[in-house]
Design a protein around this ligand. Structure first.
Ligand code: NAP
Length: 343
């Protein structure tokens, strides 16, 4: 079987490190792994499969120099904008974790459990986009239910971990908690978030737009339509919570037909990479602590609406650094490799 030269751009970031871990855990056909970051990180190393690999500076020429065939980008939108074209020019397929290319008409936006067929469009630009973390775990649960009952509306409230904003944001939560125990939380700085995150919840992720929704909320709306190839009425409230890892989502789903919670539970049990944790009498339901370091999406609290026969409620939790970023990107790469092998 052919083996590939793979570059990870942003290799020492929260997502990049997770990509290295996921690649080391699976049987990926890897010939050479090239970790890339900014000049600031040259001299540092990243761990891959028990080995310390030196970080190489990201430049336009690095992709050709190392004959990169797959480039996984997670170093911010501006870095993807500046360097993804160079990777494509060097002959690599780019799998981009940032929001930069997601809504570009010619760039497929892929969750392999939902729209793997869209990967075939990668040749148009050489780029495949990875959706927003909150969108990925949600559409994995929506797709099988849409097929069964015809989904017409989604109302979602998210409870998003600090790691969704990168390593520095995780550190900010830890530092503020330490300051709290040292009785100096009042003096604690906040840079990653515009409010104190420790002992708080912040109903704002990213900037507000003209329609009073945030950019994060509108990403969920627009990306869901693109991935599911269907206009679904969707309203989101995205909230940052003082959790290090694992995004949770309370979903209220409205269908075109009557639904049963028992049947929906069985449909989701059979869906790829979904795990049902739903025994309320035993206090079993998904939580961020359930999902850390896991590649599955956990669904529980599945119940019918008190008033409408066409509505269901549920709670969906996944590791945002894995399912919401690294694992999805690596699954796209695996599928791309499979499709290239068939071509
Ligand atoms: N965290 C999540 O759950 C999540 C989920 C989906 C998508 N994403 C997206 O993935 C991207 C990275 O997020 P993250 O959470 O991993 O951030 P992070 O922890 O802050 O890491 C950023 C990484 O990018 C590198 N980088 C920054 N500027 C660079 C430059 N000019 N040239 C080369 N490398 C540069 C950094 O290396 P240096 O230390 O050398 O600067 C570091 O390796 C973001 O666009 C984010 O929106 C994140």
């Amino acid at each position: 079987m052919k083996k590939y030269n793979v570059a990870v751009v942003g290799a020492n970031g929260a997502v990049g490190e997770e990509i290295l871990t996921v690649l080391s855990e699976i049987d990926f056909p890897l010939n050479k792994l090239v970790p890339l970051a900014s000049a600031r990180s040259v001299g540092k190393t990243v761990e891959y499969n028990g080995e310390e690999l030196p970080i190489i500076e990201l430049t336009e020429d690095v992709f050709a120099e190392h004959e990169i065939e797959i480039a996984l980008f997670s170093a911010g939108g501006s870095v993807s904008a500046a360097f993804a074209p160079a990777a494509v020019k060097a002959g690599a397929v780019v799998i981009d974790n940032t929001s930069h290319y997601r809504m570009d008409e010619d760039v497929p936006l892929v969750v392999p459990e939902v729209n793997p067929e869209d990967i075939a469009k990668w040749k148009q630009t050489g780029i495949i986009a990875n959706p927003n973390c909150s969108t990925i775990q949600m559409v994995q649960a929506l797709k099988p239910l849409d097929e069964a009952y015809d989904l017409v509306r989604v109302d979602v409230a998210t409870y998003q971990a600090t790691s969704g904003a990168g390593k520095s944001a995780m550190e900010e939560l830890v530092t503020q908690m330490q300051d709290f125990f040292a009785f100096k939380l009042d003096e604690s700085e906040h840079k990653a978030f515009n409010q104190q995150i420790a002992l708080n919840v912040i109903p704002q992720i990213d900037v507000f737009l003209d329609n009073d929704y945030t950019k994060e909320e509108m990403k969920m709306v627009n990306e869901t339509t693109k991935i599911m190839h269907k206009e679904i009425a969707l309203s989101a409230t995205c909230v940052r919570v003082p959790v290090l890892r694992g995004h949770s989502e309370a979903l209220t789903l409205t269908f075109d037909s009557e639904v049963s919670a028992t049947e929906a539970r069985e449909i989701l049990r059979k869906a790829p990479n979904i795990v049902i944790v739903d025994e309320p009498s035993e206090a079993l339901y998904p939580m961020p602590t359930t999902c850390v370091d896991m590649n599955e999406t956990f669904v529980g609290r599945i119940r019918e609406d008190n008033y409408s026969k066409n509505m269901l409620h549920m709670f969906v939790v996944a590791d945002n650094l894995r399912v919401g970023a690294a694992t999805n990107a690596v699954r796209i790469a695996q599928k791309w490799v499979e499709m290239e092998g068939e071509a």
